[in-house]
Ligand binder design. Structure first.
Ligand SMILES: Nc1ncnc2c1ncn2[C@@H]1O[C@H](COP(=O)(O)OP(=O)(O)OP(=O)(O)O)[C@@H](O)[C@H]1O
Ligand SMILES: [Mg+2]
Length: 262
């Protein structure tokens, strides 16, 4: 049983390149800067969040792979990366879990089982790779909430419906409840003609849920290149402003909507 007040937010759609990792890293740091204790779990075999936070993984480092295999404890795999910000890292070995866990009973619950007893975090953010992999399903089982990053584009709206359907099907099959928290629109450029239409469509379909917007800002890519968060790279940038606002809104949203334990 997780600490009742811990909110575990999976930042996911089963789609690539929409701003999941960028959001996990920068929302994570923004919450940490607002004095919240934050753990980021990197579930992606690409290890982009791990690298983006400047964390070095060697063959001996405990990762989400060793944790989910029961080779190392969750607590010992968690490293501090900034003040108030902690990371459970990932590297390409995480991909092995797809075959190694495939025939195990209760394979969808390996992460939730391993995380029992990990306490003291206000927010746990999960960054996942694309695809409805066993590892991502583990993320969904463990999380209390799912936040969907949506990149504005022609097929962005379809991707949303597909993901919500897939999420509901998984939850039903496994008899778990993972709440759809809402969406964050990424790479928002108001000069483009489609933007307003898509924004109003999406905000309507997420009515009553959390809804945030992050404007297009090339500083986000530069920050990643330097293995820094946007707050380290350029705290006066648009993206820093937007992720700071998003963190404030996330805190407010959970105050209002009440977190629940799992
Ligand atoms: N608001 C933004 N403005 C400009 N570029 C952005 C923004 N958000 C993300 N990007 C860029 O878009 C690219 C993809 O972002 P990111 O890596 O966060 O996506 P992802 O969903 O994690 O992808 P993957 O599925 O490969 O893990 C990166 O180059 C990132 O720098
Ligand atoms: Mg990513």
């Amino acid at each position: 049983m997780m600490n009742n007040l811990t909110k575990a937010i999976m930042i996911g759609v089963f789609k690539g390149g929409v701003g999941k990792t960028t959001t996990a890293i920068n929302l994570g740091h923004a919450l940490a800067l607002q004095k919240k204790n934050v753990l980021l779990i990197d579930l992606d075999p690409q290890g982009n969040a791990t690298r983006g936070l400047g964390y070095e993984v060697t063959e001996l480092t405990p990762t989400v792979y060793t944790v989910m295999k029961g080779i190392s404890g969750a607590q010992e795999s968690i490293g501090q990366v900034k003040e108030n910000l902690y990371l459970m890292p990932s590297n390409r070995t995480t991909a092995l879990l797809e075959t190694e866990l495939a025939s195990e009973v209760g394979r969808e619950k390996a992460l939730a089982r391993a995380m029992k007893g990990v306490e003291g975090f206000d927010y746990i953010l999960l960054d996942c790779g694309p695809g409805s992999t066993i590892v991502n399903v583990n993320g969904l089982v463990f999380s209390t909430d799912v936040l969907m990053p949506i990149e504005i584009g022609v097929d962005s709206v379809e991707g949303v419906d597909d993901f919500i359907k897939a999420k509901d099907a998984i939850c039903q099959k496994l008899e778990i409840e993972t709440r759809l928290m809402g969406a964050v629109m990424t790479k928002v450029d108001r000069r483009l003609t489609l933007t307003e239409t898509i924004l109003s469509h999406c905000s309507a379909s997420f009515e009553g849920k959390f809804f945030a917007q992050i404007r297009t800002d090339t500083n986000l890519g530069h920050a990643r290149g330097h293995r820094q968060t946007i707050f380290e790279y350029d705290s006066r940038s648009r993206a820093a402003e937007d992720y700071k606002q998003m963190a404030t809104d996330v805190i407010k949203w959970f105050r209002k909507s009440k977190a629940y334990g799992k």
